[in-house]
Design a protein around this ligand. Structure first.
Ligand code: MN
Length: 400
């Protein structure tokens, strides 16, 4: 039980402790913090004193999480255990409570500099739904889909923090009458995803096996991979998604450390055919994370992450099998999380079946793709120790 008021029973209790970057009106310089209940503990302030050992203090004076993420699992574990002790043991209350800032008094920033951004396509239900819509009459999954985690390279420079307004993208698309024109997207969509961020880099020319996932990956964020379906549909062959995806990708302010997800580990779906050796995990696991997608405050679906066909460990192994080096801040996202049921789908493309089945939200309007002024919010929960809940996210954004 933490001495911080309201932390007990909170999805941001001592069992979670996600990291982020914040500033205040009084001190506008972005600095590291850890969330506890409805407060942010100022890690730069904490590192100015004797609490941390001298070797780790410098990483908390950086303006983002990069240096801490690069420090690796022993440093992550040590700091996490120290923070748990600080937040549980009453002897620290008087000494450190001045470092707590109410979360509604801070401005949150992008938590780390995104090095490369890779996006996968790991949900069998999502890939099958899109296959049925885009290639009717043929096999919904292409022949490579069950042999490798299909993915593409995104645009790191347009990954933005939750809350950043999203300007409706313009681009080329094909009209219903077959004419090609340029203009604002009319089929603006979301993709509800989980992203994993690399802390420990590797040398160019080396591969990372799936069992080494936790040696490199620091934690998880929620991702909304905004997508312009009309631009995407016209441009994507033969080289894959480009401007229909690269205008903006939103991530949550808080990075949940992998250790906080230890209780959420669950068996991943069995794979048939068996994957090639470099994709084989000695302990195949997923995370039991349930997402929630809301449009203008109304919940539309609850995509389940646990059922994703390709796991984040397999994605990491696949994206390095060619020898591509990892860099601190590399972000790889799962692809749209969709379950078997309609109420578990993670995109409007699926929820409205390509715009042909509008959503009734009780406001009399027929909702298909995003309108100007719409706000999409994604949250998620996962089981923690002793029946507690880990709350991921949120990631939100409104369309300009
Ligand atoms: Mn995506």
């Amino acid at each position: 039980m933490s001495w911080v008021e309201g932390a007990g029973g909170s999805p941001y209790g001592v069992h979670h402790l996600p990291y982020g970057v914040f500033s205040t009106r009084k001190d506008p310089h972005p600095r590291l913090g850890v969330r506890i209940g409805d407060f942010v503990l100022d890690l730069r302030g904490l590192a100015a004193g004797p609490f941390f050992l001298p070797w780790i203090r410098p990483v908390f004076h950086a303006p983002d999480l990069g240096e801490f993420m690069a420090a690796g699992p022993p440093a992550w574990r040590t700091v996490r255990l120290q923070l748990i002790e600080l937040l549980i043991d009453d002897v620290y209350r008087d000494r450190y409570r001045h470092l707590l800032v109410p979360v509604d008094k801070v401005r949150m920033h992008l938590p780390f500099a995104v090095a490369d951004f890779v996006d996968f396509y790991a949900s069998e239900h999502h890939a099958s739904n899109l296959g049925k819509m885009f290639r009717p009459g043929s096999e919904p999954l292409l022949p490579n889909w069950k042999r490798l985690p299909v993915g593409y390279h995104g645009r790191a420079g347009t990954v933005v923090a939750s809350g950043t307004p999203i300007t409706r993208p313009a681009g080329q698309y094909k009209r219903a009458d077959g004419e090609i024109e340029v203009g604002p997207s009319r089929r603006l969509d979301i993709e509800a995803e989980i992203g994993f961020v690399v802390g420990v880099p590797t040398e160019l020319g080396t591969a990372v096996g799936p069992d080494d996932f936790a040696d490199h990956v620091f934690g998880a964020v929620l991702v909304n991979d905004w997508s312009a379906r009309d631009i995407q549909a016209w441009e994507y062959q033969p080289l894959g998604p480009f401007l229909g995806k690269s205008f903006a990708t939103s991530i949550s302010h808080w990075v949940t450390p992998l250790e906080a997800l230890a209780w959420a580990k669950t068996a991943a779906p069995e794979q048939d055919p068996a994957p090639l050796e470099y994709l084989k995990e000695s302990e195949r696991f997923s995370y039991d994370i349930t997402m929630s997608v809301s449009l203008n405050g109304i919940e539309l679906s609850k995509p389940p992450f646990a059922g994703m066909y390709w796991t984040p460990a397999q994605q990491l192994a696949h994206m390095t099998v060619n020898g591509a080096g990892l860099r601190t801040g590399d972000l790889f996202a799962s692809g749209t999380v969709s379950g078997p049921e309609k109420r578990q789908w993670g995109s409007f493309q699926e929820l409205t079946w390509g715009g042909t089945e509008p959503l009734e939200l009780g406001d009399g309007a027929a909702h298909t793709f995003l309108e100007d002024g719409d706000t999409v919010t994604i949250t998620a929960t996962a089981p923690g120790a002793n029946g507690e809940v880990v709350g991921l996210g949120e990631v939100t954004g409104s369309i300009l």
